[in-house]
Write a protein that binds this ligand. Structure first.
Ligand code: KG4
Ligand code: ZN
Length: 341
């Protein structure tokens, strides 16, 4: 099957062309610099940018894939969760394209696409579902921190999630306190590589509470108080690096330890992770070590597919349609709060 997929749930405009489980093209136009001065994503600006970029990006993705409209057999887009007006752009464009071509349209749950992205490998990105096994999956991004039991390709159960800030938000907000630009996550990751993670001690919220929930707002507050009480730390040449390493260590230790504990509690032999924060080298390392220590297999989404992209949407959509899923209505509305049912 040849399928075109759109992703516009937040601040990345994504278009991918998928054929038989392979991403023939997968383009992302990032809006990070547009939102930087506001310290976060502004929904209206995100939607306007999607409107401007989506059609040229789709043209480019089709041209790179060597696919003409007459060859497209289905169109997919993210239906939710995400920012309502941002989702609207990709969803309505996909429905319009499907209507024009007389082909089926499928709306995809963004979180489900993240759940299955660790089963995509290689370059070009290719579905590797043959290897699928039940797993505990961590979805960790700027908007979400979720632990999910994935029992089969279509059955999953949310085990827990954040009760306040998402882990990516914690990276971004503590970065802002340190004077770093938005999004601070990748910069903290970079600086932490040369810092001492034991230089300062920060709380690891809910690490031992036995639940599968997370909480990161207390960590952010403790960084605020630390900076108030130690204003000189950022002036020392190694102060910022040590601070980044210490904050990152607290975040990734909570994420890795709770994910692995959930897998062990449920007797699941495999752990997976995806979402923007899974790009973090400290988290990747910590998950690798903790899983190895407990004899668990680990599958991390490829770094280029951790952040939002249309390949994960399209590969899942094609898989669903090939397994007999019914097409979605051509007037289906975005669902900003769509949950993982
Ligand atoms: O999945 P994503 O692109 O978008 C959503 O939030 O849905 O994730 C973006 C988030 C931001 O909070 C960003 O700071 C964080 O992922 N992030 C990272 C890294 N790369 C992206 N956080 C820590 N280390 C990184 N290397
Ligand atoms: Zn996402």
């Amino acid at each position: 099957m040849t399928l075109v997929a759109f992703e516009t749930s937040c601040d990345e405009t994504g278009v991918a062309v998928i054929r038989d489980g392979v991403a023939l093209s997968n383009l992302v136009s990032s809006q990070v610099s547009l939102h930087e001065e506001y310290g976060g994503v502004v929904p209206e600006l995100a939607a306007r940018e999607h409107l401007k970029n989506l059609a040229p990006l789709a043209r480019e993705a089709m041209s790179r894939a060597g696919v003409v409209p007459g060859e497209v057999q289905a169109v997919a887009a993210t239906r939710g969760p995400g920012l309502a007006i941002a989702l609207l752009v990709g969803l309505k464009a996909a429905q319009g394209m499907a209507f024009g071509l007389g082909k089926p349209f499928l709306g995809i749950n963004h979180h489900e696409a993240h759940l299955y992205s660790p089963w995509i490998t290689g370059s070009p990105a290719r579905a590797d579902y043959g290897e699928f096994e039940p797993n505990v999956s961590l979805i960790v991004s700027g908007g979400h921190t979720l632990l999910v039991l994935v029992e089969s390709e279509t059955e999953h159960r949310v085990l827990g999630g954040t009760i306040d800030d998402a882990a990516g938000e914690c990276f971004d907000k503590t970065g802002k306190l340190m004077g770093l630009p938005y999004p601070a996550g990748p910069i903290i990751d970079q600086l932490a590589r040369e810092g001492n993670r034991e230089a300062f001690s920060f709380p690891k919220p809910l690490i031992h509470d036995g639940s599968e929930d997370f909480s990161f707002s207390g960590l952010k507050t403790s960084v605020r108080y630390f900076l108030r009480d130690n204003p000189g730390v950022l002036e020392r040449s190694d102060g910022l690096r040590d601070l980044c390493a210490s904050i990152q260590a607290a975040i990734v230790e909570v994420l890795a330890s709770k994910t692995v504990r959930a897998a062990r509690r449920l007797g699941v032999k495999c752990v997976t992770a995806s979402g923007g924060v899974t790009c973090n080298m400290g988290l990747r390392e910590m998950l690798k070590n903790t899983c190895a220590k407990h004899g668990l297999k680990l599958r991390l989404a490829p770094r280029e597919l951790c952040t939002d992209n249309a390949a994960m949407i399209g590969i899942l959509a094609e898989r669903r349609l090939m397994s007999g899923a019914e097409a979605s209505a051509l007037d289906a509305e975005p669902d900003p709060g769509l949950s993982l049912a």
